[in-house]
Write a new protein. Structure first.
Length: 403
């Protein structure tokens, strides 16, 4: 297909494969610097904005949406969380982010981040092609890479660029363009998954609740005043068809139960899904004229709420360096991308892994394992240094809290 005739040829400094938040934010940042980018994605806009994803933004990521001119909707419709709650031993333990590190996180679903970015690209005259197919990335080891794709109407197009960015998610095609003998993939599979629901119900708690119990983990989150997102630990092979609404609520209530009488507000369940997760990093994140960003290069378990935030940080760094490279510094400017991105990636991998093993019940775990886990939880909430560590990690090492 690489030799097929194309109907149109476009030339831009940067071509981006993937129109999720990472790809759109990169194009937005480049556009503010006067650099054109074309973004393509195999998914339609409707498919992306109706896929339920993460909902917590770090302090700096939330600020960037406003300060880079994407949108201030997060300030009007998002929910600032100044802390979070760890429940274990039947009691709540609040981690006060604002008090400990001077920052908050924001409950703002990834779908809303995407909508804001897609609207901003349209507002600013950016070029984004949704619903394409047969995407190819060619000549990445040269200074003139190309992206070819078929539009929804069947026409064939080519983008000629100086750099290509693969921001095409956890099933990335672009990551496979790095030769097998030159890439290293690090990963860990977890022996549990999350059973996630959307429910039409009032909010059960003003902030996220991470619950540890002998029955397994549960996370109580929110989406709006009337729609809630909740998860509980399950087997990776669990089938949603085996779970009635009554069974779901019974399981969730058992995992948050305690001596304080806390109960969840129940309501009709409108969506059920099983979310498998793993830890993954591919190096290098740059190969020739190709850079990888976001889930194309790394994924984390959702326990630490780091995935979307890492993707936005990747493109924040990458946009800065691409501006330098295209401004005259050349390829050498991009040498800093991988080390700067990976420093945060591996810190986030560590935190996400720590939170995951801290809160989930391991299959086949012994009574000793459970009691040891409770001791670790007590260390995390029982000292100021433990609470501060968790707050710094969870809020994403915000600029205002760094020494």
């Amino acid at each position: 297909m690489a030799d097929a005739v194309v109907d149109t040829v476009s030339s831009v400094p940067v071509a981006v494969v993937g129109a999720g938040p990472a790809g759109l934010m990169l194009a937005h940042r480049l556009g503010r610097a006067g650099i054109d980018a074309i973004v393509v994605d195999t998914r339609t806009r409707h498919e992306i904005e109706t896929t339920q994803r993460a909902g917590i933004l770090e302090a700096d990521a939330a600020r960037d949406l406003v300060e880079t001119g994407v949108s201030d909707r997060i300030l009007r419709e998002g929910h600032e969380h100044e802390g979070t709650v760890l429940r274990f031993g039947g009691r709540p333990h609040r981690i006060p982010f604002k008090e400990l590190v001077g920052e908050s996180v924001w409950l703002y679903p990834q779908t809303d981040v995407f909508i804001d970015l897609a609207d901003a690209r349209e507002r600013d005259g950016g070029t984004v092609h949704f619903g394409v197919r047969d995407t190819e990335v060619l000549d990445i080891t040269t200074g003139a890479p190309r992206v070819r794709y078929t539009a929804p109407d069947g026409s064939r197009h080519e983008i000629r660029a100086r750099y290509v960015v693969g921001a095409d998610g956890s099933r990335s095609m672009c990551r496979n363009l790095v030769p097998e003998d030159r890439r290293v993939r690090y990963g860990k599979e977890y022996p549990y998954a999350w059973f996630g629901i959307l429910a039409e119900a009032p909010i059960s708690a003003p902030e996220l609740v991470y619950a540890h119990s002998e029955h397994g983990f549960a996370l109580i989150s929110q989406r709006s005043e009337s729609v809630q997102r909740m998860y509980f630990q399950c087997s990776p092979d669990e089938s949603v068809d085996a779970w009635s609404d009554d069974r779901v609520w019974e399981t969730l209530q058992a995992r948050v139960a305690g001596e304080d009488g806390f109960r969840l507000n129940e309501g009709p369940i409108t969506d059920k899904t099983v979310l498998r997760f793993r830890s993954f990093v591919q190096e290098p994140m740059r190969w020739g004229s190709l850079m990888l960003a976001g889930d194309a290069a790394h994924t984390v378990p959702p326990t630490g709420a780091r995935g979307l935030n890492l993707a936005l940080h990747d493109v924040k760094v990458l946009a800065e360096l691409l501006v330098r490279a295209l401004g005259g510094a050349g390829d050498a400017a991009l040498d800093d991308y991988q080390p700067r991105a990976l420093q945060r990636v591996w810190r986030a991998q560590n935190f996400s892994h720590w939170m995951t093993q801290l809160l989930h019940t391991a299959p086949g775990g012994s009574p000793f394992d459970l009691r040891r886990q409770l001791g670790e939880l007590d260390n995390a909430v029982g000292t100021r240094s433990g609470r501060t560590y968790l707050a710094e990690q969870y809020t994403g090492w915000p600029a205002g809290s760094r020494g």
